[in-house]
Design a protein around this ligand. Structure first.
Ligand code: ADP
Length: 426
């Protein structure tokens, strides 16, 4: 099957075309035919594409909206210019898999998109007002371009964390906040945490039930997940992606009483403060330099920059603290797994986070840690009780694979979870 994976934003459309099927999935032999992104949709858009053979191209086109962008993309895929031999007509695209940010409590797994499912995604707009509307536009555009007969599948960032027990997903606030306003921990990056946990299983030869790990997705956004018996039982992001670890521009955990104080002192509205916590905090806010970990590490090395040092120290301290908390709450784990741009590429940050975890039986294999840059494998010493791994994430691949499974009819019926929500509200 050739699966088109789409991630649609307000003026961007990221895409990958992946050839896969159940046999390829079981043998980890899926084939990426091309990937790329369109930016500046609504005016003169820039389109960047990489084909499976490694060639990269960039061009511009005037694209009014997401449907126009998708139409353009499809024409390009079908043309000789793309050089994709497997795609000669629309019929060679067999399904579309969409990244959808928020599935609320309605979606605990990926689903084939029906009118009912689309309504469910619309119902989650109030939980992710900046993201779900764009995802919906991507789904509608696909219907427009491919027609009703092409199967479309929704894969949710939140779904993997729907297995959290109540004591992990409820905040200790008045209970009716949850009943009336759906205030609870949802968690995000679920596709990434699930992908690396499944890859860990393959690498370590374990079954799902034997998979007890802590995954750290450290990119621009950062989150940790506690995975017991292959299921997410706790995670650091909360009602929104703002909670938890220190991130590029997000604060992660803060005392909520700070908001009122800062509103009074600086004359800021709650909305303005939330924007500041999302866009001017984290590594950027502490260092005053950059949200990019590479820049901070360089500044530290070249100039011994004090606030770059501080930002890195706070980042690593918070990550280590979450590892400790999750080890305690999940009753120990077999491995800590790093992924995301920082987790995959920075031996220095991995070392700084893991230093001081010897008490938990984790020893670092320094040579192996330095070697693994964007590659998968173990980085802990042979005698470690708690292991450490690096596993590059591949959310698009998981979306393509889920699309194959859903099209084959292996998804669970919708909306099993919706009923429990209604019961709680009544
Ligand atoms: P996103 O969350 O947007 O998908 P990525 O997962 O690509 O982002 O991660 C981006 C982050 O990864 C940036 O902070 C960048 O500095 C960091 N990063 C990428 N390569 C390295 C590296 N070699 N060393 C340290 N940080 C890196």
């Amino acid at each position: 099957m050739n699966v088109l994976v789409l991630n649609s934003g307000s003026s961007t459309l990221k895409f990958q075309l992946i050839a896969t099927d159940p046999v390829r999935i079981s043998e980890n032999r899926d084939e990426r035919l091309c990937r790329g992104q369109m930016e500046g949709i609504g005016e003169a858009a820039t389109i960047k594409v990489h084909t499976g053979h490694g060639t990269a191209e960039q061009f511009t086109a005037s694209l009014a909206d997401i449907p126009a962008a998708l139409e353009f993309l499809v024409q390009w895929l079908l043309s000789d210019a793309s050089g994709i031999a497997k795609i000669r007509s629309l019929a060679d695209i067999h399904a579309v898999g969409h990244r959808v940010v928020h599935g609320g409590e309605l979606f605990a797994e990926s689903v084939l998109i029906t009118d009912e499912v689309l309504k469910g995604i619309e119902d989650c707009v109030e939980l992710a007002p900046l993201h779900n509307p764009n995802n919906i536009r991507g789904i509608q555009a696909s219907k427009q371009v491919f027609g009703d007969r092409l199967p479309q599948v929704a894969v949710f960032d939140t779904a993997f964390h729907q297995s959290l027990p109540e004591h992990a997903f409820l905040y200790a606030v008045p209970y009716h906040w949850y009943q009336r306003h759906r205030i609870r921990r949802y968690g995000f990056h679920g596709t990434s945490h699930r992908y690396v946990s499944e890859r860990y299983r393959a690498l370590s030869g374990r079954t799902k039930e034997q998979t007890n790990i802590i995954t750290l997705h450290l990119g621009n956004g950062c989150s940790a997940a506690a995975i017991r018996q292959g299921r997410s039982v706790d995670t650091s992001m909360g009602m929104t992606p703002l909670e938890g670890l220190v991130m590029g521009t997000r604060s992660g955990d803060v005392d909520p009483a700070i908001l009122n104080r800062m509103a009074n002192r600086e004359g800021l509205s709650l909305n303005e403060l939330e924007v500041l916590l999302n866009t001017e905090s984290g590594l950027l806010g502490i260092s005053g330099l950059s949200n990019d970990m590479r820049v901070l590490l360089q500044e530290l090395q070249d100039d011994d920059h004090r606030r770059a040092q501080l930002a890195i120290d706070i980042f690593c301290h918070r990550a280590r603290k979450y590892i400790g908390a999750f080890l305690a709450s999940m009753g120990g784990a077999d491995a800590v797994v790093f992924t995301g741009g920082i987790g995959e590429n920075s031996p220095e940050i991995r070392r700084r986070i893991l230093e001081g975890l010897e008490w938990a039986g984790l020893g670092l294999d320094h040579l192996q840690n330095e070697r693994l840059l964007g590659l998968e494998g173990p980085i802990s010493s042979k005698d470690s009780v708690l292991h450490a791994f690096v596993i590059p994430t591949d959310e698009e691949l998981l979306i393509a694979r889920d699309t194959v499974h859903c099209v084959a009819g292996e998804q669970h019926p919708f909306p099993a979870k919706a009923r429990s929500l209604v019961e709680r509200q009544s």
